[in-house]
Design a protein around this ligand. Structure first.
Ligand code: MTE
Ligand code: MO
Length: 375
């Protein structure tokens, strides 16, 4: 069993699959902390967790087709200037199970908790690339990453990001060795993981083994034939993965975490209280969260309980919010809807029907939660 060396997991993580291990938190726990604790951070593994000895660990960094190359040990990486950011990581398939209700999609049946927010410390990729003479004036197009986790045909997990993001002063791409002040846990990429803030989880390669500066994208399955969006009319007979770009920055999203679907909610002083998260990719911040319980006839603006003070285009963390929604008539059932607005004034689509795609990615329509009111 290639999975027999996987780490032990916290029992509160609800597995969407066990081998490989993929799990999210119950929603009420997800928003209990602005910084998600390491042992209950969602896990998305495609392959067995590799076992890496830091005394022999090496990270190769090179420019394709040249002799520009450096090999860095764990100790050497830790000697380079230290940088810390707070960033949200989200899987492209977060909230996929809602899209599946329109029509079944292929992928793990994630609820709204395939997301987490942590503080990462490490070395800027930009500083490491300078060691081999690569900077923002160099003419390359992509930076590829290879993990040390291997599929049954001995291919490594891989992805790439646009070159500008890797070298940009405001890109904050990090080769992280710490998560929330502790060494990166095994499930999250020990000993080194790339953090590409504002960009889809899939590019945040764990157990990093190799970085290649190139004119080309990674040729891995996960860059070329997965993690792409398509028209709702494209099906598995007609899909051509060459026709869509790989997902990088993610669109704005939000979710209601308390109450959960079909829960009983007490009306107090003519109000109900609702809580959740909102986040946007590309370094945008959340500027407003709107809620309605009457199908959009009246909207109520949430208050932000926790928002990072960093400004766009370097706002990487989620926003936790709560709302007191007035209930004026004695109704028994209601559906709470939420949508967020980011600092580009982009907002979420109303329904899943019109954003449906066969892989169930980018599933960011209004979150709608049916509840039962108690008076
Ligand atoms: N890196 C490697 N090497 N192998 C993987 O399977 N999964 C990716 C990304 N990095 C993956 C990886 C995906 S799809 C996501 S959503 C995030 O890691 C999940 O990060 P987490 O498990 O730390 O939450
Ligand atoms: Mo993912």
């Amino acid at each position: 069993d290639p999975y027999s060396n996987d780490p032990k997991r916290h029992p509160v993580l609800k597995p969407a699959s066990v081998k490989p291990f993929n799990a999210e938190l119950p929603l009420s726990l997800l928003i209990e902390n602005f910084i998600s604790p390491n042992d209950i951070f969602y896990v998305r593994n495609h392959l067995p967790v590799p076992e890496i000895d830091i005394s022999t660990y090496e990270l190769e960094v090179e420019v394709e087709d040249t002799d520009k190359k450096v090999v860095l040990t764990y100790e050497k990486l830790k000697d380079l200037p230290k940088h810390t950011i707070t960033a949200t990581i989200m899987c492209a398939g977060n909230r996929r199970s809602e899209m599946s209700k329109v029509k079944i999609v292929k992928g793990l049946d994630w609820g709204p908790a395939a997301i987490g927010n942590a503080t990462f410390t490490g070395v800027l990729l930009r500083d490491v690339l300078k060691l081999i003479g690569v900077d923002e004036d160099s003419n390359y197009k992509h930076v590829q990453f290879e993990g040390l986790d291997m599929d049954p045909t001995s291919k490594y997990y891989g992805s790439s990001i646009p070159f500008w993001k890797a070298v940009d002063k405001r890109g904050d791409v990090l080769l992280a060795y710490e998560m929330n002040g502790a060494p990166i846990p095994r499930d999250h990429g020990f000993p080194i993981r790339v953090i590409v803030p504002g960009v889809v989880g899939a590019r945040n390669v764990k157990w990093l083994g190799k970085i290649t500066v190139s004119q080309n994208e990674s040729d891995s399955h996960w860059q070329q034939n997965d993690y792409k969006g398509f028209s709702p009319s494209v099906d598995w007979d007609t899909v051509d993965f060459n026709k869509s770009p790989a997902i990088q920055e993610l669109p704005v999203i939000s979710a209601i975490c308390k109450p959960e679907a079909h829960q009983k909610v007490q009306v107090k002083d003519g109000h109900i209280t609702v809580q959740g998260y909102a986040w946007s990719g590309g370094g945008q911040k959340i500027v407003r969260v709107d809620l309605t319980i009457d199908g959009g006839n009246t909207w109520h603006v949430a208050k932000f309980d926790h928002q990072d003070s960093s400004e766009p285009p370097q706002h990487w963390a989620w926003t936790l919010w709560s709302a007191k929604i007035p209930v004026t008539t004695r109704i028994k059932n209601a559906e709470v809807w939420v949508k967020a607005v980011d600092s580009s004034y982009n907002t979420q689509p109303e329904s899943f029907k019109n954003i449906w795609n066969l892989r169930g990615v980018l599933s960011n329509a209004y979150h709608r939660v049916p509840i039962e009111l108690q008076w």
